[in-house]
Every structure is written in C-alpha cells, then in structure tokens.
Ligand binder design. Structure first.
Ligand SMILES: [Mg+2]
Ligand SMILES: [Zn+2]
Length: 194
C-alpha cells in the first residue's frame, strides 16, 4: 500500500495542482461516534472503544504538527438522556485512550432545533477552526456520514469520508474523498491527496 515515509511524501505532491491550489492542512477535525470511537447507544464512559487505527492516526498527525479536534452532534443532551458531566467523562476517557484532543466542539441541541452548529450546518467546524486559530480551508473533516462531509463543505473545509455500516451508498458516491479506515484517511491527508 501507500508508503508513508517523509521524502516520498514531499516528492509525491509538492508540484501537484492540489498542492499549489490549497493551503497546507493545519488541523484535522474528526467526527466522534462511528469515526473516532465505535458508535453505541447509552452511557459511554465505561465502554469507549476506539475505531481501528484511531490512536496511530492521531499520533501521526501530532508528529507532523497538525492539530486534532473533534466535531460532534450530541442531541442526547437536549433530549435529557445525557448530561454534560457524563459527556465530559466520555471525552476524558477518549483522551486517555487516544491522547490529547486540541479542541472539542459539540452541538448539544435537539435535532429539530434549527441551530447553526448541528452538522450538516458548518458551525462546529467554524468554531473549532477559530479556537485553533486556523482557517477553515486549512482544515480537513473526517467523518462517517454525509452530514460530516456537508458540514465541512459548508464551512469551506475539505472532507474525507470513512464509511461504516450506517453510511448510505449515495453518501459514499457524493463524498469527494473516501478512505477505508482512519489509517488510510490520514495517509491521504498527509500526501496532499485531499
Ligand atoms: Mg458519526
Ligand atoms: Zn447546535
């Protein structure tokens, strides 16, 4: 498969149209459920399970001085089935397993609230970019469904779809870049293929 060593990365994409048109990626913003961790219902902090390759993918980005964030819809907060302390406990658990996350950006609103942050709206991506002091176009969003991709595009960011069992065929067909797992997603980002 793809060779990730640095010299080859440089020669592979330095002169490509994408590299000249787009700024360097300075932050990667991950969807949480179904992307960084296995999506399962109920209280999570006791049962956080990283998706395959998650830890190494984040480590590789940090090594390359790329910031990492999470952009997550959590409507269970508005529903009253999850409180913010529980959510923060889950986030601490995720950081114990995957290392430090530079920014957490969460929409706590109901599905029908019409807020500006719930994906596919761009608010979470714009918020995370602002807090990281990077431009949206310097960000790549990695997620498992079409609304992650749409939120990225609405914010002016790039996107990689990593499909799971819940991803619909048309979401895969409409995604600008599709990777089979987080390892490949990060390879493509590092290579300048996104
Ligand atoms: Mg998801
Ligand atoms: Zn919201």
């Amino acid at each position: 498969m793809l060779n990730m060593r640095a010299p080859r990365i440089d020669t592979a994409f330095r002169d490509t149209p994408a590299a000249s048109r787009l700024p360097r990626v300075r932050a990667v913003l991950f969807d949480r459920d179904g992307t960084l961790i296995v999506d399962r219902p109920g209280p999570r902090s006791a049962s956080v399970e990283p998706m395959p390759g998650a830890r190494d993918a984040l480590s590789r980005l940090r090594e390359l001085d790329v910031r990492v964030g999470v952009v997550s819809n959590q409507p269970a907060i508005a529903d009253g089935t999850l409180d913010e302390d529980e959510m923060r406990a889950t986030h601490r658990q995720i950081e114990m397993l995957l290392g430090e996350i530079d920014v957490w950006s969460v929409c706590p609103h109901a599905r029908d609230a019409g807020c500006a942050c719930r994906k596919p709206a761009p608010g979470l991506i714009l918020d995370a970019a602002r807090r990281l002091r990077v431009a949206p176009r310097e960000c790549v969003v990695v997620g498992d469904i079409g609304s992650d991709v749409e939120a990225a595009q609405a914010a002016g960011a790039r996107a990689v779809l990593v499909p799971t069992g819940v991803t619909r065929a048309e979401e895969i067909a409409n995604a600008p870049v599709v990777a089979r797992d987080l390892t490949q997603a990060v390879e493509l980002i590092v290579w300048g293929a996104v």
